[in-house]
Design a protein around this ligand. Structure first.
Ligand SMILES: *Cc1c(COP(=O)(O)O)cnc(C)c1O
Length: 428
């Protein structure tokens, strides 16, 4: 595979952009090698600047549920741009969008649009804090909620109740307000709640996690979590930035049958443009400025181009509920093929799949929490990643990610992927 142009561009990029990329995972740090610079996407495929073609399972990290550049989103954008790119003033499309979101997701009574998933989670936590008058939050180790200061915290060694920053620049003050629990272990939540009585504003969770690889909440865990939040008057926030509109029209909360108080969205909700949203119970959302005292704003929030792409995506979902059975069928086919391959080479590497989110963990033990996920052999994943890439299959350049099937992936794409998977596994 010739990657001369990408290599040159990366050298150039590193002079002007920290690490040569605008978001760290793109730099291939955890798998090694040089990131490929992408020129075009169409359906299930992406094409790099050297003319290489790949079947893509990143899908811009989630937004491209219908594949790259679908005609109906392109049409919506071309139509919207005729009227201008931004006004910073109310538009009809924002009303349509908010109405549609509340229609598609029963727990959302009111919604505020923002520009990224990070903004959505930061704002949802602020709303919860404003609503409860409390300051602390609980998050789960291994769940990712964007790069807000108070999310970049991991469990401290020793002291149960204090987290530590995972990044320089995050203050001890932030760390002190973020308590870290163990995903799928309700006792860890109970202990934190008991030790911080009436101090916890919110619990935030990826109810189906994508960011430690794909791991679902167990039924009992998520039910008990809901119950604890009810009893303690803690705002339960589902971070559905990845799972929203992907796992089902109603996201993870639909398939787990749990109603959170607030939810956050991103990725699919923008149809490929930079969009996030947070919403939920009316009495909490009415705390948000200018309806209430909790300040939150955005010059480009509800931007007409972003709203037109997002609305087109969500409206397509509303009118084509069959997309979820299509995604399920394709993803199950892929999973089955990969499982056959693993059997044929005598390895029991774990595959977790929820709908169109799938992770092949390079560990032979069941993965159902953070500690079991991190038993994966990330060096082996790195090798596997490059073997797949050589065979024209673009996977996430890191073990602890989900990969995404889109409605644009054809049976031929999936068969090629399964064949490449077999050949790559044999090379390890
Ligand atoms: C991607 C993601 C975010 C962050 O969204 P950005 O748009 O990258 O800021 C937050 N939470 C989850 C679950 C995500 O997958």
């Amino acid at each position: 595979m010739n990657t001369d142009k990408s290599i040159k561009l990366f050298e150039e990029a590193k002079k002007y952009i920290p690490g040569g990329v605008n978001s760290p995972v793109r730099a291939f740090k955890s798998v090694g090698g040089t990131p490929l610079f992408i020129k075009q996407g169409a359906g299930s495929k992406i094409f790099d600047v050297d003319g290489n073609e790949f079947i893509d399972y990143i899908g811009s990290w989630g937004p491209h549920m219908f594949g790259h550049n679908p005609q109906f989103i392109k049409d919506a954008l071309l139509n919207a741009i005729q009227n201008g790119t931004s006004f910073g003033l109310p538009t009809e499309l924002e009303v349509d969008m908010a109405k549609l979101i509340t229609e598609l997701i029963p727990s959302i009574e009111m919604v505020r649009m923002v520009n990224s998933g990070t903004e959505a989670t930061m704002s949802a936590v602020r709303a919860a804090r404003g609503f409860t008058g409390r300051e602390k939050i609980i998050k789960f180790e291994g769940c990712y909620h964007g790069h807000g200061d108070f999310f970049l915290i991991k469990a401290g060694s020793g002291a149960l109740t204090f987290g530590v920053p995972t990044s320089p620049g995050v203050t001890k003050g932030n760390a002190a307000d973020t308590l870290i629990a163990d995903f799928n272990h309700i006792d860890s939540v109970k202990k934190l709640v008991a030790a911080n009585k009436n101090e916890i504003a919110a619990v935030i969770i990826e109810a189906v996690v994508g960011n430690m690889g794909t791991v679902s909440s167990s039924d009992s865990f998520i039910k008990e979590l809901r119950q604890i939040c009810d009893e303690e008057k803690i705002v339960l926030i589902f971070d559905e930035v990845m799972t929203g509109f992907r796992l089902a029209q109603g996201g993870a909360q639909e398939i787990l049958k749990i109603k959170p108080d607030l939810s956050t969205f991103g990725k699919i909700i923008g149809g490929g443009l930079p969009v996030g949203a947070y919403g939920g119970r009316k009495e909490i959302m009415e705390m948000i400025s200018p309806a209430g005292p909790v300040y939150q704003a955005g010059t480009l929030s509800g931007n007409p181009l972003a709203m037109s792409a997002g609305f087109a995506a969500l409206n397509y979902i509303k009118n084509h509920p069959e997309v979820y059975s299509q995604l399920e069928e394709k993803s199950a086919y892929l999973e089955a093929g990969m499982k056959d391959n693993l059997k044929s080479i005598g390895k029991n590497f774990q595959i977790n799949r929820v709908g169109s989110m799938l992770t092949l963990f390079f560990t032979e033990e069941k993965v159902d929490d953070y500690n079991s996920a991190v038993k994966s052999d990330t060096k082996l994943y790195a090798k596997y990643f490059h073997e797949m890439l050589k065979r024209g299959i673009y996977l996430a350049p890191a073990q602890y990610e989900a990969f995404f099937v889109s409605t644009a992936h054809t049976k031929d794409d999936l068969d090629k992927t399964i064949q490449a998977n077999l050949e790559s596994l044999k090379m390890l």
